[in-house]
Design a protein around this ligand. Structure first.
Ligand code: PRX
Length: 653
């Protein structure tokens, strides 16, 4: 495999970027190689304001439970707000909020701090203390960002749950985290529609299912009609009313858990990824500066939702830690039409734009179908840098994004990372790295990614293998909440020589050494950049005990969403056909939406009398993946108990 189409950074980029040219990149890599701890300590001092400076850097005594900067104390909210105001930037715009209907609100650093402090005081008044967990179930809003910052300010650990998750998923997360409070909104406004939030919280809390929970704080977004539980529910505007506009930050240890974020793994139950305060904030800030080359005058726009890690690192923490100006967008890319992103870039003179390949692919389709929503119709000349995240970007989409959105002048940073890594791991730096469409290029300086075989031995370039990180890094996952054993077995399996197992396959180019991610090597799917476990969807399906006897879920490639969910189902009754099969498939899709959330609905549902199994009863997922793709199975099926089943599962109804 040889990658040729290299896009070199322009002379202007090489001269003006924070990291100027490949020699500068290489010297950072060398610095980290020579003195790993010294390198991270230097950056931690440069990027973070410490209340108590650290004297320890990396503590590996309880590996793989690594600690960074452990005797240092800091506050994340102080680093994101107060210190910029103290430096005279209080009037600078922190957030430009654009609502679903296009209304715009600008919030300065001083105003944001006042809101955060008042909310922090309100949380304290309700008894929330350092170390308590607070679940945030809100849509994209200034209040959502402020709620996260307010938790950080008082040392409470937030756990944001994406507004698209169901009551059942929300309940599981509240219970697992042992949350004392939920902060939500009456409704969310997306794509011209008001959708419930508070009603879902009510359902999640039904029957006293979450005994640790005391209060539900409700932000009035739409004023829609909601149910009210006296003694439990409180309006955000009431609890913040009259609260002091200053709030002394809680100075926490660097290892204090800033947040939990639930994500899918190989088993049925989502895991609560625990992040630290110091190491996490360092990498969020550092990557925002080097990867996005954030400058004081930039208008930065990350289109992710605060419910995902991208929204944590590149909305709530990274850009604010640097005193940047950023967009917070409530709506969707296709409302009122598929020109919305381009129109907003024009209107707000966005300079750095970071989005997901799925969004790009669906906007390509829309632009090809209608001139009116083509980026050519908009003035995108403010843009200087583009980014991509969440899934592999196919070279064709990359080229289109480069040409039609970036006017062939903006570098694209294809950033590979994960909920667990806290920030970018493999990514170009725009003033340094020559770009190859479809490759996330080279490790971020100080990050020791490598490709190994099953025993942890390095594989030569040009040969694919398992992606690992050889050394611990500051923003790495600290543990899985309530399940340290699962943390060890998922990320530090014994046979991998103490390397962090990312769960992705990758290959390095024979000539350039550039990385290309080849996809997950476990039972995790990536649908529209959203991560989902096949087991999670399977357990949702089989929990429909009235109908479903057995289910197996696999992914198949999809032109727009990257991967699509394909479910093979054996019913407790005869295999249905025609309209009846369609009706049952719809019923099962709705069931999954109720159990997990609409994002987990299978695109295809196939019914069979049975599933392909080995004689010992193991489901042959490999074969199901072929069937899902519509491929004929050419592999050896002699170990199958029931080979005829493959043909049946391949039939449409
Ligand atoms: O498979 C990789 C894919 O997304 C997974 C991580 O998903 P999540 O924890 O939800 O975080 C998404 C946002 C960081 C990875 O294991 N992935 C993420 N970025 C890329 C990617 N695959 C290819 N290229 C990327 N740039």
């Amino acid at each position: 495999m040889t990658q040729t189409a290299l896009y070199q950074p322009s002379a202007e980029w090489q001269a003006n970027a924070h990291v100027k040219g490949m020699a500068a990149y290489q010297s950072l890599v060398d610095e980290a190689d020579r003195d790993y701890e010294g390198y991270w300590a230097r950056l931690a001092r440069e990027f973070i304001s410490w209340k108590t400076p650290f004297t320890q850097v990396l503590d590996s005594s309880e590996a793989p439970f690594f600690k960074w900067f452990a005797d240092g104390r800091l506050n994340a909210s102080y680093n994101c707000l107060d210190r910029h105001i103290e430096a005279g930037k209080g009037d600078k715009t922190a957030l430009i909020f654009e609502a679903d209907d296009g209304a715009v609100a600008r919030v300065s650093y001083s105003e944001l701090l006042t809101r955060v402090a008042q909310l922090a005081n309100a949380l304290k008044a309700r008894g929330v203390k350092k170390g308590d967990r607070v679940v945030i179930y809100m849509s994209m809003s200034v209040e959502g960002v402020a709620a996260m910052q307010a938790c950080a300010r008082i040392g409470a650990t937030h756990s944001v749950v994406f507004g698209g998750f169901s009551a059942q998923s929300l309940r599981d997360r509240i219970q697992d985290a042992g949350a004392v409070m939920v902060i939500t909104a009456d409704e969310q406004q997306r794509g011209g529609k008001a959708l419930p939030l508070k009603a879902i919280v009510d359902e999640a809390l039904e029957g006293g299912s979450c005994p640790t929970l005391k209060d539900v704080i409700v932000y009035k977004r739409t004023g829609g009609k909601i149910n009210w539980v006296e003694g439990r529910d409180l309006w955000l505007h009431d609890v913040t009313q009259g609260q002091a506009s200053t709030c002394e930050p809680e100075w926490v240890e660097a290892e204090h858990p800033l947040f939990l974020l639930y994500t899918s793994g190989s088993t049925g139950k989502p895991k609560g990824v625990q992040h630290s305060t110091g190491g996490y904030l360092l990498h969020a800030a550092l990557t925002t500066k080097w990867t996005f080359d954030l400058q004081d005058s930039d208008v930065f726009w990350c289109t992710a939702d605060i419910g995902w890690v991208t929204g944590h690192s590149y909305i709530t923490y990274g850009p604010l830690a640097l005193g940047g100006t950023e967009i917070v967008f409530e709506g969707v890319p296709t409302y009122p039409d598929a020109g919305r992103f381009w129109q907003m870039i024009e209107k707000h003179k966005v300079t750095v734009f970071y989005t997901a390949p799925t969004a790009i692919r669906s906007l390509i389709k829309a632009a090809e179908g209608s001139e009116a929503v083509h980026p050519a119709r908009y003035d995108l000349s403010s843009l200087r840098l583009l980014g991509s995240v969440g899934e592999p970007i196919n070279p064709a989409a990359w080229e289109w994004y480069h040409k039609h959105v970036g006017g062939s002048r903006c570098p694209i940073v294809d950033t590979f990372w994960q909920t667990e890594t806290g920030g970018h791991m493999i990514t170009p730096l725009p003033g340094a790295t020559p770009l190859v469409p479809g490759s996330c290029t080279l490790p971020f300086p100080g990050i020791t990614t490598a490709i190994v075989d099953e025993l942890g031995n390095d594989v030569p370039n040009g040969q694919g293998g398992i992606l690992v990180v050889k050394k611990p890094w500051p923003s790495m996952i600290r543990t899985i909440w309530n399940d340290p054993e699962r943390f060890k077995s998922s990320y530090y399996p014994a046979e991998l020589k103490g390397y962090y197992l990312a769960g992705d396959g990758a290959i390095r180019d024979a000539d350039t050494g550039y990385f290309t991610i080849t996809g997950r090597i476990d039972d995790v799917l990536n649908v529209s950049g959203h991560r989902m476990g096949t087991m999670e969807i399977e357990s949702a399906l089989v929990s429909c005990t009235e109908l479903v006897a057995e289910a197996a879920v696999v992914g198949r490639p999809d032109d727009t969403t990257g991967e699509a969910i394909c479910a093979f189902v054996v019913l407790k009754r005869a295999r249905p056909h025609g309209d009846e099969a369609k009706a049952i498939a719809k019923q099962l899709r709705d069931w999954v939406a109720k159990e997990i959330g609409p994002i987990a609905k299978p695109k295809d549902i196939r019914f069979g009398d049975n599933l392909p199994k080995t004689r010992s009863g193991k489901i042959m997922r490999r074969l199901l993946r072929n069937v899902a793709k519509g491929e004929s199975v050419t592999q050896d099926t002699s170990t199958l108990e029931n080979p005829a089943i493959l043909e049946q599962l391949g039939q449409a109804y």
